[in-house]
Design a protein around this ligand. Sequence first.
Ligand code: NAG
Ligand code: NAG
Length: 205
Amino acid sequence: MAAPGLVLASLLLVLSCLAIPCHGNVLLSSLKNTLVVTASPKQGQVLKAGEDEITVTWNLNQTYPAGMDSAYKTIKVKLCYAPISQVDRAWRKTVDNLGKDKTCQFKIVARPYDVFNKTVQRFQWVIERDVPEATYFVRAYAYDSNDKEVGYGQTTDAHKTINLFEIHAITGRHMTLDICSICFSAFSVVSLLGFFVAEKRRTKK
Ligand SMILES: *[C@@H]1O[C@H](CO)[C@@H](O)[C@H](O)[C@H]1NC(C)=O
Ligand SMILES: *[C@@H]1O[C@H](CO)[C@@H](O)[C@H](O)[C@H]1NC(C)=O
């Protein structure tokens, strides 16, 4: 019979995946902080999802020796949760293994990296509507040709205490509030009308 063999094979596959992380076993702590990354929001600034823009810039920190970036192929810039917005939220947890890390869940932009271009790269991003209300910073990863992280940089310090900004998801909440108040107003107008009609009928009799 084929079934037991199949079950055994899939079990082995699952086990091997557990034993050797299937992808992304790069540790953040093993990467050099080679990129200088900036983002336009000031410390503590409040931005609105779906409306406000963030300008990010990145370039190689020039104090590193030439050739440091020779393997860099792509830069991906991401929006990352600050520690205060990770408390009691396992789904946002920071893990040193980048394959399991949940700190940086929102892609801002991905761009090819040109080793010969030392110009500071810039991107203007309208904060997407589905970005949840939280405190954030920005991090950029450099990837090699195998799509493995080989360097990074971030707008905050190592302890993630400076240059943090807030994004407020006003659209979702306000829309619900607006719909609620419209419903309530409509309801009160209708019931008021109903009351007058009923009252008129009663007095006519
Ligand atoms: C560049 O790297 C050096 C050495 O790690 C660091 O001291 C310096 O602050 C970095 N420069 C910037 C602009 O981040
Ligand atoms: C270098 O990068 C800048 C900024 O992205 C870009 O405008 C410029 O065209 C690039 N230069 C070259 C030679 O690719």
